[in-house]
Design a protein around this ligand. Structure first.
Ligand SMILES: [Zn+2]
Length: 203
């Protein structure tokens, strides 16, 4: 697992300061040519500040605490698949939303994780400034590190507001990324089983 180092760094991110971002958004409104004192915008800086803190709350997520107590030693060696995990993230290039679905699978060695924890791991990495490729990798590497399975597969399909609303304005184009580790990378039958369980071909 050459990627473990990166995960350790991700998992020990320092707590960020609790900053009040409202003055920044007040200034932003002015610079956009708006009048922050008009009625509809009076509390907007505050609301945007609260929203942005929530949308980036993944920086404060403690993955170890998040999965605490939900790891089980079992004799189970069939593929575990959690499909259609909805996520919402912000692209780090434009700070505009990208959102979609993630499909996560792993092949246990001796340990499984509570199924509800997998979407929470996805959220912990989605609620940051991201690029889809790294989000996909981080989810796969984290599951690899926590569960130590025979392999992990993650497929992510997303639509990006920065593509839909500006620039190319392709409202219906989506991007797909995948991360395959261990058996999912080395064994075609394992990868194929995963792809057929989530209804993809030719990846
Ligand atoms: Zn973007």
């Amino acid at each position: 697992m050459k990627s473990n180092k990166a995960v350790v760094k991700v998992m020990h991110q320092p707590k960020r300061e609790e900053e009040d971002l409202a003055p920044l958004f007040h200034e932003l409104l002015e610079k956009l040519g708006e009048d922050p004192s008009r009625e509809g915008l009076l509390r907007t800086p505050e609301r945007v500040s609260t929203a942005m803190k929530f949308l980036t709350s993944g920086y404060n997520a403690d993955i170890k605490k998040l999965v605490n107590g939900a790891l089980y030693e079992v004799k189970y060696d069939e593929m575990v698949v959690v499909k259609d995990i909805e996520f919402f993230s912000l692209c780090e290039h434009h700070m505009l939303p990208f959102f979609g679905k993630m499909h996560v699978a792993y092949l246990p060695k001796s340990r499984v994780i509570g199924l509800s924890k997998i979407p929470r791991i996805v959220d912990a990495f989605a609620r940051r400034l991201q690029i889809q490729e790294r989000l996909t990798q981080h989810v796969a590497q984290t599951i690899q590190e926590i569960i130590d399975p025979v392999g992990v597969g993650v497929i992510c399909e997303a639509r990006h507001f920065c593509m839909m609303m500006r620039g190319v304005e392709k409202q219906h184009s989506g991007a797909m990324t995948s991360a395959m580790l261990g058996a999912f990378r080395d064994r075609k039958d394992t990868r194929d089983e995963f792809l057929s369980l989530v209804n993809y071909r030719n990846m």
